[in-house]
Design a protein around this ligand. Structure first.
Ligand code: FAD
Ligand code: EPU
Length: 333
């Protein structure tokens, strides 16, 4: 157990926040011991890539370092892998590509840990974790018991799960089980993947080439947290009634949108924020990224409250201009 640790280097936003107590665990037993008699507020930390710290943390931060990838079932069609929650997500993706297990190549280069991936049902380029999720194991903080959660029990939605809602703060995810295909079934229809492959003269892509294309697209738009602090998309893309879209179309004929069901559509928050004039804007030490309006960045030395205040200004402006209330994706503490 360490005391008075600056979490600056433990989150991708790179803002300072002193944790009064800090410990790491690499087994379930260690995690159980740490939380057993703990009376302090608890923060479970993975890679810190979806977290904005706005104050010092008077509590116990426990960093998950449970490692290991094991094959628990192999049949003609697919493989089930048990993955320690402290594994780095992108390294796991590369492992699956190297072993010819298919299904998560489109989620290459998402930062963070495997254990946090079910928290918000991470997704990119037409694939979400729920598409390959089998089950997970989690330590119940109050009882110290391990519970198994099926896909249905996780209640996955768009950047949502039961762990962000009803069970928030109650469990530490320790292992995640994924069902991956042994048959190559690439999904290149989404976003700019096909254009990126074509630019390389690739007509029949391999899984590795799709992964490389996703990495290239992401690297061109999203800031690398090592160079510029950020937590990816700061807001969710709003799902709104079709009437709101029609209203916006009166002034903006080409507003992009994606159908969700007969009555609602998803409008890219990046478009709303860019159209409202925020893209590339710097406010104090933080701002809106110049290549991706959905990403707020720390130019160095920003504190969490400055970034939070900027996000509130953006929410209010988008509400005034378009009648849409943006919801934050990033966890605020
Ligand atoms: P943390 O930031 O450490 O934690 C996030 C939340 O989960 C916190 O509330 C934490 O307490 C909780 N938590 C973490 N681990 C556990 C655990 N084992 N048990 C219980 N609770 C836990 N996300 C996407 O979905 N798609 C993207 O394309 C994407 N792109 C990104 C690009 C960049 C440049 C960045 C910086 C972020 C991006 N993100 C994206 C967001 C982020 O990578 C994901 O949300 C990721 O899953 C967070 O993992 P983490 O380990 O860093 O979680
Ligand atoms: N757009 C703009 N201006 C911008 C950014 C986007 O107009 O500055 C519009 C464009 O119309 C563009 C559309 O938004 O075509 C979609 O943009 P992009 O493909 O970059 O995706 P996104 O909707 O901004 C979402 C996820 C990302 C994920 C990508 C790729 C959310 C909140 N974000 O971003 O996830 O990587 O799609 O699938 O759903 C994250 O969650 O942290 C994250 C980065």
């Amino acid at each position: 157990m360490q005391t008075n640790i600056d979490l600056k280097g433990y989150t991708t936003f790179g803002v300072s926040s002193i944790a009064s107590h800090f410990a790491t665990f690499s087994t379930i037993e260690e995690a159980r011991e740490l939380v057993k008699n703990n009376t302090r507020e608890l923060l479970v930390l993975g890679g810190g890539s979806n977290l904005l710290l706005t104050k010092n943390f008077e509590g116990l931060v426990v960093k998950n370092e449970i490692k290991g990838i094991t094959c628990v079932e192999l049949n003609q069609n697919d493989v089930i892998l048990k993955v320690g929650a402290g594994e780095v997500w992108h390294e796991f993706v590369i492992y699956t590509i190297e072993n010819n297990y298919y299904g998560i190549e489109n989620m290459s280069l998402i930062p963070g840990s495997v254990g946090a991936s079910p928290m918000q049902n991470i997704g990119a380029y037409g694939v979400e974790i729920k598409d390959v999720f089998e089950k997970l194991e989690a330590l119940e903080i109050a009882s110290g018991k391990i519970h198994t959660f099926s896909k249905e029990e996780c209640a996955f939605g768009y950047r949502e799960s039961v762990f962000k809602r009803n069970l928030k703060g109650k469990y530490i995810i320790t292992n995640v089980f994924f069902r991956l295909s042994l048959q190559e079934n690439l999904n290149t229809k989404y976003g700019a993947i096909e254009a990126e492959l074509a630019s390389k003269g690739i007509t029949k892509a391999t899984t590795k080439e799709v992964s490389d294309a996703v990495i290239a697209i992401r690297s061109s738009k999203l800031p690398n947290p090592v160079e510029l602090g950020n937590a990816g998309s700061f807001f969710k893309n709003p799902v709104v009634p079709v009437e709101i879209l029609n209203q916006i179309k009166i002034n903006y004929k080409n507003v992009p949108s994606y159908p969700v069901d007969d009555h609602s559509v998803k409008i890219p928050a990046g478009w709303l924020i860019e159209t409202a004039g925020w893209k590339g804007k710097q406010v104090g030490n933080c701002g809106v990224h110049k290549n991706q309006a959905l990403v707020l960045v720390n130019y160095g030395g920003a504190n969490g409250n400055e970034i939070l205040a900027l996000s509130t200004e953006i929410i209010e402006d988008i509400k005034t201009k378009f009648g849409i209330e943006l919801e934050r994706e990033v966890n605020i503490l």
